[in-house]
Design a protein around this ligand. Structure first.
Ligand SMILES: O=C(O)CCC(=O)C(=O)O
Ligand SMILES: [Fe+2]
Length: 356
């Protein structure tokens, strides 16, 4: 029970302002110093970006600048209906509102199937514990594979609220199209011969996971992380964050910036697989989530990854005599395991190990 679940733990801390030592972060004195400055992250109008006229060029320039400066950006006019977004958020909220026993029907502690070396990650719960001295994050999550569709473990998909499964299916389908449009726009920015270069990496067998995250209020936000600093191990990640509670921060030039909230936009974060494939021209930003004493926070996160059996390496067009390959070829499976081990030990980046 100890690592399941923070929501219960937080409810128990009311009037007793302490957090268990397993959640207390050591060696991160900068925690209280988090800046309150909001990062001026651009909002990319996807409708404009996808047009074949002058407006698209301006939007593409904005996208390039966002990627170079932040490694993440907001997306408006993305084609995911407001109703679908709101339903997805409401279904997530409703799921977490249930009593613990109900949520534990989807527990990630049930079953013994192992996922490529880092355990059975699907289901509901707190962090998977891989070592006794691991610092745990102040968050619970419901983690599900959504693609390939025939690998969905539907028994772990909530039936409360009743709409959950349909809404998740719809939301992920729509976000998938957004992801493809942006991957094409990125290939164009890099002047790759094939606009579908990145999209094709996901065609044979895509790997898409969703993480519905719940960050309870915390009596001592300065001592814990909602989510440990990390870069995403994905090609790209799409997030729908709580539109009333902040907490997501991005590291730039040694300073933590708040990621802005613009209701009904989506947030895209570039992942390590993108950094490898672009030979470091696009970089995956380090980010984290901070908690607060006042209000719970929710997020719905879609991870897009190349199939774990495949290998990735810098694109031949981006690694050449002028710009030698910076990263080695790596099997995605090996990378994900390494990435997870780093993350659970509170180490921020693993990319250095792939440097040539
Ligand atoms: O909850 C959030 O806003 C961020 C989550 C995140 O960074 C992740 O799941 O990789
Ligand atoms: Fe992340």
């Amino acid at each position: 029970m100890e690592n399941c679940c923070v929501q219960e733990l937080a409810a128990g801390t009311v009037g007793a302002p302490d957090v268990p030592s397993r959640y207390i972060v050591r060696g991160h004195q900068d925690q209280q110093l988090a800046t309150t400055v909001v990062a001026p992250v651009p909002v990319i109008n996807l409708g404009l970006l996808s047009k074949q006229d002058g407006g698209a060029a301006d939007e593409a320039a904005k996208l390039r600048s966002a990627i170079d400066s932040w490694g993440l950006f907001l997306i408006s006019n993305h084609g995911v209906d407001v109703a679908v977004m709101d339903s997805m958020m409401a279904a997530t909220r409703e799921f977490f509102r249930q009593p613990l026993e109900e949520k534990q029907r989807q527990s990630n502690l049930i079953g013994d199937d192992q996922y490529e070396g880092y355990g059975n990650y699907e289901g509901y719960g707190n962090d998977q514990v891989s070592s006794p001295d691991q610092t745990l994050d102040w968050t619970d999550r419901l983690y599900l594979k959504v693609e390939p569709e025939d690998e969905r473990r539907i028994a772990l998909w909530p039936t409360h609220p009743e709409s959950f499964r349909d809404v998740l299916h719809e939301f992920t389908k729509k976000c998938g199209a957004v992801k493809d449009d942006l991957l094409r726009a990125m290939a164009k920015l890099l002047e790759l011969d094939d606009d579908d270069y990145f999209v094709d990496q996901l065609v044979v067998k895509p790997l898409t996971n969703v993480r519905c995250g719940y960050y309870p209020v915390c009596p001592r936000p300065e001592l814990v992380f909602g989510l440990t600093p990390h870069s995403d191990g994905t090609i790209v990640t799409i997030l729908m964050v709580d539109d009333s509670v902040g907490g997501l921060q991005v590291l730039r030039d040694g300073v933590w910036w708040d990621v802005p909230i613009v209701p009904h936009t989506l947030l895209m974060i570039l992942g390590d697989q993108m950094e490898i494939m672009t030979n470091g021209i696009f970089k995956s930003p380090v980010h984290r989530v901070m908690t607060n004493t006042k209000k719970e926070r929710l997020s719905v996160v879609l991870d897009y990854s190349v199939d774990s059996e495949r290998e990735i390496e810098p694109s031949a067009q981006l690694a050449n005599e002028k710009r030698p390959a910076l990263y080695r070829k790596v099997q995605v499976k090996d990378y994900i395991v390494e990435h997870y081990n780093h993350f659970s030990q509170g180490k921020e980046v693993v990319m250095g190990k792939l440097k040539i």
